[in-house]
Design a protein around this ligand. Structure first.
Ligand code: ADP
Ligand code: MG
Length: 588
């Protein structure tokens, strides 16, 4: 399509503004141009957080030799055809990105259209054309951007570390890749291939390597699919269980008609939808695709186009709230999920289950003890039971009355309507974590001074992250000092972690911080540190508990937020209702 300069009239309609604040904005604009050119393969190469170079290759329709110099002029676009902005189907339409990027960098564009025998290379420096010459490549376009902001040091100053800039670029790459499953995407950072996403169809993605890459596998296992539409409005995606939440809205990927947005109204609707199920200040994780008739959305609010205006805001919020709420309300028995699966086993599966049961039973017979069913078969229970007097009222509590512990890690409790099996380590870990978070929130952190301070020798990478996060680590109750070149000294630990293996704890915290990366906010880091530490402060599997201790744990679970899932998103308890049990025994 021909590239034309927009009329003055139209220029004035377009909200003015800069598109380029940081490398990630460039990555976004270039990828979006590739998508608009109908590419089916897009490759992104970054060096030094994009500051050294950003290269985006595509196999799209390309730009002809004669139009290449026009493409980098302000307000030159091939995408806005009629002179109104009411129906926007492309990503671009302002004709602002290429000139804005060119003005703060050295840029090379090589492009080839289908019916031109050769490619054309255009070289620019700070917005000025240096040369244009014939070149070589297949159909498509490569845009290379170097030396960003070199001539505008003021902007350079505002950039964060290369690591942070890289993570912003990665974030925008993932957001775009998730909403374009029909396009193959590659990302290479500092010479390393980070992602290589294959074609994944044309539907909205609710489960894919792209989503796992962005959110982790835990998300897939602890989330629900949503899909609903009404009139011309649709909502699709994947939403986390309320128990899988995070301290920021960073893990909320929102899209309107495939355009990634960060819209306050949508964020507000999500918050409202989860309001009764999620602790204050926490955010669910989700990928949400909204489908709204293009004529009812205005994306021309902000140059980065991440803010939008809806013609019918109430309707949009209403759909979000009602769809999410009704989905979450189905979660009244989240812990029974696995059991339901067993109950609907295929015949083959049932046979297998029976065989497994028989085998375990045989293993458990021991030939000298009890008379069983008339024969001399001795039954050695795998369950470690202790004589307990059941106090009748305890059974009325939601988590019931502890009856036994087995495998030194599972507590069995009896409730009014069934039994619950509790993973003592997982449950206690959550309790310790929530307590530490609460103490921190109330500014009442209790520390315990160690009798003998611990010297902990760390690898240089670990020492680096620990030093980077020194104040954060202190803020949750550790007294920590640098000790020599390669060690830290711990003088005090949070009260709740007293008795823990401090050596392993600090190394584990360092490793977690190292893996989760510098891009995390302070809150996320605190979450990481507390989650990791609480594992060390909790009762280990393998410890015998008295019935009193078990009951104390159950009572604590009843009052602890999020106690049905451990810090890693696994369930802490599984309930078998009488109903379930009777079904298993074919009494129903
Ligand atoms: P916009 O995307 O708003 O039109 P840009 O400044 O981003 O403005 O791009 C200007 C024009 O250059 C586009 O309208 C398009 O015609 C052309 N263009 C830019 N990048 C590509 C690409 N990767 N493939 C094909 N054409 C491109
Ligand atoms: Mg563009």
């Amino acid at each position: 399509m021909a590239i034309k300069i927009l009329s003055d009239d139209l220029i004035n309609q377009i909200s003015a503004g800069e598109v380029v604040e940081r490398p990630a904005n460039i990555v976004k604009e270039l990828i979006e141009n590739s998508i608009d050119s109908e590419a089916t393969k897009i490759e992104v190469f970054l060096r030094n957080g994009g500051l050294q170079s950003i290269i985006v290759n595509d196999n799209g329709n390309g730009i002809s030799e004669s139009e290449l110099p026009t493409a980098i002029l302000r307000y030159a676009t091939s995408k806005l055809t009629n002179s109104n902005l009411n129906e926007i189907n492309n990503f671009g339409f302002r004709g602002e990105a290429l000139p804005a990027i060119a003005s703060i960098s050295k840029m090379k564009i090589i492009s080839k259209i289908q019916n031109q025998n050769y490619a054309s290379l255009l070289e620019l420096e700070n917005g000025k054309i240096i040369s244009q010459k014939p070149s070589n490549r297949d159909k498509g376009t490569s845009v290379s951007v170097y030396s960003i902001f070199e001539k505008t040091p003021a902007r350079l100053k505002f950039l964060k570390s290369n690591r942070i800039e890289t993570s912003h670029c990665k974030d925008i790459f993932l957001k775009i890749a998730i909403s374009h499953p029909h396009i193959e995407f590659k990302l290479n950072i500092d010479g390393k291939n980070i992602y290589n996403f294959h074609y994944e169809g044309v539907d909205y993605l609710i489960n894919s390597e792209r989503i796992s890459a962005a959110f982790g596998d835990d998300f897939i296992n602890n989330s629900l699919e949503i899909s609903s539409s009404k009139n011309e409005y649709g909502i699709y995606g994947r939403i986390s269980y309320p128990t899988l939440n995070s301290s920021t809205s960073f893990n909320q990927f929102l899209y309107v008609n495939k355009r990634s947005v960060k819209d306050k109204k949508i964020l507000g609707a999500i918050k409202a939808a989860y309001s009764e199920t999620i602790p204050k200040g926490r955010f669910p994780m989700l990928v949400l695709f909204l489908e709204i008739p293009t004529s009812s959305v205005d994306v021309n609010v902000h140059p980065s186009k991440t803010e939008i205006r809806f013609e019918n805001e109430r309707m949009v919020s209403g759909i979000i709230v009602s769809t999410i709420r009704s989905k979450i309300s189905e979660l009244t028995r989240p812990i029974s999920k696995n059991i339901e699966k067993n109950l609907t086993l295929s015949e083959e599966g049932q046979v297998k289950l029976m065989e497994e049961n028989t085998n375990t039973n045989i293993k458990n017979y021991n030939k000298t003890d009890t008379i069983f069913n008339g024969g001399h078969i001795n039954f050695q229970p795998s369950v470690k039971t202790k004589a307990v007097k059941i106090v009748p009222e305890i059974i009325d509590y939601p988590m019931g009355a502890a009856r036994a512990q087995f495998l030194k890690n599972y507590i069995i409790s009896e409730t009014k309507d069934g039994i619950i099996v509790i993973d003592q380590h997982a449950a206690h870990e959550r309790i310790v974590k929530e307590e530490m978070l609460l103490q921190r929130k109330n500014n009442k952190i209790e520390s315990q001074i160690l009798l003998i301070p611990e010297v902990i020798k760390l690898s240089s990478a670990h020492l680096d992250v620990v030093l980077d996060n020194f104040e954060t680590i202190k803020s949750i109750g550790f007294e920590i000092e640098i000790f020599g070149d390669d060690s830290v000294l711990i003088r005090a630990v949070p009260d709740l972690l007293n008795g823990a293996n401090i050596q392993e704890l600090i190394k584990d915290v360092a490793q977690e911080l190292f893996e989760t990366g510098a891009q995390n906010s302070i809150d996320q880091k605190i979450d990481t540190i507390i989650s990791t530490s609480s594992c060390y402060g909790s009762v280990r599997s393998g410890r015998d508990l008295s019935i009193e201790e078990m009951n104390a744990l159950l009572r604590k679970m009843e009052t602890t937020p999020n106690s049905s899932q451990c810090n890693h998103g696994r369930p802490t308890s599984i309930k078998l209702s009488i109903n379930d049990i009777e079904k298993l025994f074919k009494r129903r």
